[in-house]
Design a protein around this ligand. Structure first.
Ligand SMILES: [Zn+2]
Length: 134
């Protein structure tokens, strides 16, 4: 992702091309234990029905301070990237304000690749578990 940039209308319009879709993160800069400034991600999202430029602006009124973004060439890529981001930052138990898993794009049956992998591992474990015999 590119950034971070201050979350203002002017900066959003300056950084993001018109009419593209993609992904974004809201967050804030903070100084870590080693004294270096790092970007702390507070929220991850995607824009597929609405242009990324417009979507990101919704965060201004919600009090977020900075954003990062990346553009996507199609809805599936944007969805999968959002899922990746959401899992990377800890999903429901992590640091994000979004507590609910990203929803699949309207009119599609795309599945989260990370959840799929977890399910697969669970199935595998079940197969390997020995059965009790009388
Ligand atoms: Zn998932």
């Amino acid at each position: 992702m590119k950034g971070s940039f201050p979350l203002t209308k002017e900066e959003i319009d300056k950084q993001i091309p018109e009419k593209v879709i993609g992904n974004y993160a809201y967050g804030h800069s903070k100084v870590n234990s080693e004294g270096r400034e790092v970007f702390h991600v507070d929220y991850v999202g995607r824009a597929d029905e609405e242009p990324l430029r417009e979507r990101i602006k919704h965060g201004i009124n919600e009090g977020y301070k900075e954003f990062k973004f990346s553009t996507a060439t199609n809805v599936k890529d944007a969805f999968e990237k959002e899922c990746q981001n959401w899992h990377d930052f800890g999903g429901p138990d992590g640091q994000l304000d979004n507590k609910i898993h990203p929803d699949k794009p309207n009119g599609t049956d795309y599945k989260c690749p990370i959840c799929e992998k977890i399910e697969q591992q669970k199935r595998q474990l079940k197969l390997e578990r020995p059965r009790f015999r009388r």
